[in-house]
Design a protein around this ligand. Structure first.
Ligand SMILES: [Mg+2]
Length: 250
């Protein structure tokens, strides 16, 4: 996994400069630093300014695990072309079958409420089309994760995707970030794309094949990731946005 801000990485970015390129980003841990309390994750002012300028020069999109109603205000007025929530299942035309997914998630939520005694300091984030069980603030996160895994074991049709100090519980077969990304790319009529993410559900984009002009970047180096490039840490996102901006003048 090469550093995207290294010589070879920058050369790869330059090769996209002359093409119609979609820029797509995850939100938490990518555009915004991970916050202790997940409701407190916001872009730094510098990131917001760079993204706003970038969105005037490229079609930009954000694909997040958050619900759209939660994600939208976090863009703080930056007008991106595409906004997708719930790990790919919400927004940008992903609506078909949503009613069925919602009733599945509602049933899971009801069932997990019966496990309140073991959920204690952890929280259930109900996003309508998926759940996230957070244990970042639990006194013993490892024990909390074990308890949560036990609680969700019996949920029928659930795809469990571990996140950063949280377990995402997603209906199996719901559109994932990879499907959302492909739909965005087609909708924007782009032949090339950059995708930046930091977490397990971003691997659904990193693993896409047959796309010669897709540049995948993971925030944080990882041996097991399918991404081709990395940023060393979240604060380097500003340098990446600035580099993309410098490739294209109005
Ligand atoms: Mg993330």
């Amino acid at each position: 996994m090469r550093h995207i801000l290294g010589r070879r990485g920058l050369r790869a970015l330059h090769q996209l400069a002359g093409r119609d390129t979609l820029l797509a980003f995850d939100f938490d841990g990518t555009l915004a630093p991970i916050a202790d309390d997940h409701s407190g994750a916001w872009m730094r002012p510098a990131t917001r300014r760079l993204l706003a300028r970038l969105a005037r020069r490229y079609p930009c999109a954000v694909i997040s695990g958050r619900a759209l109603r939660d994600l939208r205000p976090r863009l703080q007025g930056v007008a991106v072309r595409g906004l997708v929530g719930n790990h790919g299942a919400e927004g940008n035309g992903a609506g078909r079958g949503a009613a069925g997914l919602r009733s599945t998630v509602r049933a899971w939520r009801r069932r997990l409420s019966g496990h309140r005694w073991m959920i204690g300091r952890q929280t259930i984030e109900d996003k309508g089309l998926s759940l996230t069980l957070h244990y970042r603030r639990a006194p013993d996160p490892d024990a909390a994760e074990r308890l949560l895994r036990r609680a969700i074991r019996g949920l029928r049709g659930a795809r469990v995707v571990p996140g950063k100090m949280g377990l995402n519980v997603i209906p199996a077969g719901a559109p994932d970030k990879g499907a959302a990304f492909v739909r965005l790319l087609r909708g924007a009529g782009c032949e090339a794309a950059v995708y930046v993410g930091d977490d397990t559900t971003d691997e659904d984009v990193f693993a896409l094949t047959g796309m010669p002009h897709l540049l995948t970047i993971r925030v944080g180096r990882s041996r097991s990731s399918r991404a081709a490039y990395c940023l060393r840490s979240q604060d380097e996102i500003d340098d990446l946005l600035a580099a993309l901006l410098s490739l294209r003048t109005l």
